[in-house]
Design a protein around this ligand. Structure first.
Ligand code: ATP
Ligand code: MG
Length: 379
């Protein structure tokens, strides 16, 4: 697989709408005029996706995140042409999928796009290898070639030794990996993954996320990944679209969403995320604090080091930690004070006070003696 030249595709959604129910075109006009999902529902019409526009660049993992019913799967089905949009276009490598003749669309779907679902249905009476080769069989690839490619894909997914086994001999996580191998074996360069890891136990799920990130480093597919789990979205997504009631309410990197949430909905959504495990040195660093930054033997970090890992390094370094790009150039430094403030939720620390009492004490922080005084006054 690694030896074949793969041209990676670009995907673009342009003003996509999907309305289920009566008079969908009329519903689109009302939505364009500002109506929301709730108003249409009163007439028995469901606006599943409302005005979705975005671009997924080649080699990117684009995550669509939202609660149940927000429109994620409907959006995904429009991206591969399984559902016809009520309005808008899907451009795949510049070609409008929505206006392709049915035969061409089937060919694009069979050769360029693969889907991995939440519960991947394997054929129980076929071996793991035959299951992984299924997509190629549909394409009419001769047996020897498809088995070789399927074996390579199984190897990539950590299932090299299981080719001759039956699906019921595999755990749920392993079966899900066979699904991933089937998608990878076809050489499709667009992978559409709908809650692909959601049915797995937390540890196996994390393992699958790592494996996907590792595979992606080598394969550089264009991936649209659907999830309702914010932590999964943050771990995997180069860009993330947050959906609510059919609309994309924010589109950006994990950093954008955590540091600059647009609106109360997104702000409340991200409340419980452990920022120190998502945000990286590049989000907290400042310009190098002195010309000789990074010249000593102290440890430095890469820009994609998480803030949590950075804290551990900072504890061992007596000055701001240097951040180096892959070529070794110092691109910034992280003062310990900034790091501590950031972990504590203060993104813009104003500088260290010169002496105790120079900084206003936050109202919420009370010393034991203050409490005692208050209690004494009460008494
Ligand atoms: N074929 C259909 N006919 C009518 N309504 C539909 C149809 N498919 C989806 N819907 C409605 O569209 C809305 C979005 O559904 P969708 O399946 O896209 O949500 P989702 O975000 O994928 O949810 P989940 O996380 O539960 O999978 C829901 O209100 C759903 O009831
Ligand atoms: Mg869904």
């Amino acid at each position: 697989m690694a030896t074949r030249e793969v041209y990676v595709s670009r995907l673009q959604a342009d003003g996509l709408y999907k309305v289920f129910g009566r008079a969908p075109d009329e519903a689109v006009r009302r939505l364009e005029a500002g109506a929301d999902r709730g108003e249409l529902r009163a007439d028995g019409t469901t606006a599943a996706v409302i005005d979705a526009s975005f671009t997924v660049e080649p080699g990117q993992i684009f995550v669509v995140m939202g609660l149940s019913g927000s429109g994620k799967s409907t959006l995904l089905r429009m991206l591969n042409g399984l559902l016809e949009p009520t309005a808008g276009r899907v451009l795949f490598d510049g070609r409008d999928l929505t206006s392709l003749p049915a035969r061409d669309l089937r060919r694009v779907r069979a050769t360029k796009i693969s889907m991995v679902f939440q519960h991947f249905a394997l054929f129980p009476h076929r071996s793991v290898l035959e299951n992984a080769a299924y997509g190629l069989e549909v394409q009419g690839v001769p047996r020897a070639e498809r088995e070789q490619r399927a074996a390579e894909a199984l190897e990539l997914c950590g299932l090299g030794g299981w080719a001759a086994s039956w699906p019921n001999e595999l755990s749920g996580g392993m079966q899900q990996r066979v699904g991933l191998a089937r998608a990878l074996a076809t050489d499709a360069d667009l992978l559409l993954m709908d809650e692909s890891f959601s049915a797995l136990d937390p540890l196996i799920r994390r393992d699958m996320q790592d494996q996907l990130l590792e595979l992606q480093k080598r394969l550089k597919k264009t991936i649209v990944f659907i999830t309702h789990d914010l932590n999964e979205a943050m771990r995997l997504g180069d860009r993330i679209a947050v959906m609510r009631d059919g609309r994309i309410v924010q589109l950006g990197s994990a950093e954008d969403i955590l540091l600059r949430p647009e609106g109360d909905y997104v702000a409340s959504f991200i409340q419980d995320v452990d920022r120190s495990r998502v945000l990286t040195a590049s989000a907290v660093m400042t310009a190098p604090d002195r010309p000789d930054a990074g010249q000593c033997d102290c440890p430095s970090v890469a820009p994609d080091t998480t803030v949590a890992e950075l804290c551990a390094v900072s504890a061992r370094v007596p000055h701001p930690v240097a951040v180096r790009d892959p070529e070794g150039n110092v691109v910034g430094t992280v003062p310990q004070q900034k790091l501590v403030a950031f972990v504590g939720g203060d993104d813009e620390p104003q500088g260290r006070p010169a002496a105790c009492g120079d900084a206003a004490r936050p109202a919420a922080v009370k010393t034991a003696s203050q409490n005692t005084e208050k209690e004494a006054a009460h008494a």
